[in-house]
Write a protein that binds this ligand. Structure first.
Ligand SMILES: Cc1cc2nc3c(=O)[nH]c(=O)nc-3n(C[C@H](O)[C@H](O)[C@H](O)COP(=O)(O)OP(=O)(O)OC[C@H]3O[C@@H](n4cnc5c(N)ncnc54)[C@H](O)[C@@H]3O)c2cc1C
Length: 541
């Protein structure tokens, strides 16, 4: 008989674990507390917005970015059927540009791929010579820092760089404001779940290098986006495929307690509308967000699985999306826009240009032609209109703030793409709730990497014989809280489960981060220096 596995959490990690297990003949049940699977990656149709038989406006928790270095989640997408003979990976579109938008200054456009057209070359050369106000010696210093990480051995990255914040490593405190803003904060906050001031040099440095390697050849991709609402072109077809494989989904079913005898999990208490019950299985996979898992880890569990004992030391921050529905499409740039001077750390995607087969007239009241999807990554800094942080604003104030900050960047010549007349409506992530009285709450914060936090993050295998953890906080090669890490963590959990079950099925594939061959000799030299207790060559003297 097939081994039974209970997977808790139906986000990217839970779905990935179910995928790997079901394809290997396990009997899988997924317990998800929300009414829909997908977790933070799910789309959120705007309630009551569809008129005259049209679909509700497509909303998102936040837009989805699939950098070129992702290998795990994209492999799973390739193995998920879509349409007639296709797969969900086919629904990724490469972006070609990144816009660095600045308030009251000219914007800078970067080519987000190795130049392959005359126009790419023109933009690439233009960006090289665009003054961003950072003194040349500071640019050289920054490049040197990146090269130090690139040519460091793995042991130095772990033993030395893990504990240093990127901000200090790049000497931001003693550099110019422009250096701090563009090379320090700007380059870091465009990426998910990292902040230059608090994230580790190991994580920020390695991730920035992975992104850069995406520009190093004509066959490479830097940035990819989905060709439609996330749930339509990815999550729903994925769930459908898993159901065909026999996976059973229990939606609206929340894990409330994990029982243990100190060696094994003995059962899991789940709560749903009909009441609570105890689920038993041969194996259990917890694919839950870190703050949920932290609350479920009792003292008994900490004793039985000590690697889960320090989850409360991991930090979360807020990052949530707001969408603006426009009567005229404004592509802005063929990729991400980063609003370098925005206090709320805004980034955006103008979605319709990537939604090649989506007829916008089918949504809402039929007037919408474009969607500007914006992520707010800083909820603590005062805004420019009300002088308050986002978490102290009402939904309407948040909308006005974000709209104004976008205008300050894109309309600074007096005219521009952010046009009041074309704004039909907006949608703020409903995770942000506004209790009265009191400041807003966020139902789904995001793990943020902090210097020195690796020691608190568990491996997928914990000491309990039949429990495995899979989510974006688990130790992975990927290392940042993102969909790639969630997928990789799930693969690791499944591989440990296969070993525990004595299965002879092939393990799920894992890919380490890329280290270009030409750097290997330099990393070997650094390994010798590190073993001898010497500083990195570029830091010495
Ligand atoms: C605004 C925003 C934008 C982002 N953009 C990107 C991006 O562009 N690219 C990228 O790679 N990553 C991005 N991320 C990060 C990425 O979305 C997450 O790291 C990833 O989706 C985490 O997947 P997960 O399965 O580990 O966790 P989750 O997605 O949090 O899934 C956990 C699931 O468990 C469920 N659950 C919670 N409690 C219980 C319980 N007690 N019982 C049962 N079920 C429970 C939840 O409802 C959820 O479905 C973004 C995150 C945010 C917040």
């Amino acid at each position: 008989m097939a081994h039974a596995v209970a997977v808790f959490g139906g986000g990217v990690a839970g779905l990935s674990a179910a995928h790997e297990l079901a394809e290997r003949g396990f009997a899988v049940d997924v317990y998800e507390s929300r009414a829909v699977p997908g977790g933070k990656a799910r789309s959120i149709p705007v309630a009551h917005s569809g008129e005259g038989g049209r679909l509700p406006l497509p909303g998102e928790h936040g837009f989805r970015f699939f950098p070129g270095f992702y290998k795990h989640v994209t492999d799973t997408m390739r193995r998920t059927p879509y349409g007639a003979g296709g797969n969900t990976f086919d629904n990724l579109q490469a972006a070609t540009r990144i816009l660095l938008a600045r308030a009251e200054q000219a914007e800078i456009t970067w080519v987000a791929r190795c130049p392959r057209t005359l126009e790419d070359l023109r933009v690439f050369l233009g960006e090289l010579f665009t003054p961003i106000g950072v003194p040349l010696e500071e640019v050289t210093y920054f490049v040197n820092c990146l090269l130090r990480v690139a040519t460091s051995c793995a042991e130095r990255r772990l033993g030395e760089y893990e504990d240093i914040a990127w901000w200090d490593f790049i000497a931001a405190p003693r550099m110019s404001k422009a250096y701090q803003l563009y090379l320090g904060q700007g380059l870091t906050r465009s990426l998910v779940a990292m902040r230059a001031e608090e994230s580790s040099t190991r994580t920020v440095g390695c991730t920035q290098l992975q992104l850069l390697y995406g520009l190093m050849g004509p066959d490479r991709v830097f940035d990819r986006l989905l060709s439609g609402p996330t749930s339509d072109v990815w999550i729903a077809p994925w769930v459908e495929y898993l159901e065909k494989l026999g996976v059973r989904f229990h939606l609206g079913c929340k894990l409330a307690a994990i029982g243990t005898d100190g060696v094994r999990v003995t059962g899991a208490t789940v709560e749903e509308a009909a009441g609570s019950s105890v689920v038993t299985a041969d194996y259990y996979v917890a694919a839950l967000p870190v703050e949920v898992m932290t609350a479920l880890v009792t003292d008994d569990l900490k004793r039985a699985a000590p690697s889960l004992a320090n989850l409360e030391k991991l930090k979360t921050r807020w990052m949530n999306g707001i969408q603006f529905y426009l009567s005229e499409d404004e592509p802005i740039v063929n990729g991400h826009a980063i609003y370098l001077d925005s206090p709320w750390a805004l980034t955006s995607i103008s979605q319709h240009q990537f939604w090649t087969d989506v007829d916008m007239a089918r949504y809402g009241d039929g007037r919408v032609r474009g969607i500007l999807s914006v992520d707010i990554s800083d909820w603590e800094a005062p805004g420019v209109v009300f002088g308050k942080p986002a978490r102290e604003c009402s939904a309407e104030e948040i909308k006005q703030e974000v709209w104004t900050q976008l205008k300050q960047h894109l309309n600074d010549s007096g005219r521009g793409p952010i046009n009041d007349a074309s704004l039909v409506s907006y949608f703020l992530d409903p995770d942000i709730a506004f209790p009265n009285p009191g400041t807003a709450t966020n139902a789904e914060p995001l793990l943020i990497n902090t210097a020195g936090s690796l020691q608190y993050r568990p491996e997928a295998q914990v000491k309990l014989e039949n429990l495995f953890v899979a989510s974006d906080y688990v130790r992975t090669y990927t290392d940042i809280a993102c969909m790639e890490a969630a997928n990789e963590a799930a693969r690791r959990a499944v591989n440990c489960l296969l070993a525990a079950a004595g299965s002879n099925a092939a393990p799920a594939q894992l890919w380490p981060l890329e280290e270009p061959v030409f750097l290997k000799p330099l990393q070997e030299i650094d390994r010798i220096r590190y073993t001898l207790g010497l500083a990195h060559q570029l830091a010495a003297g």
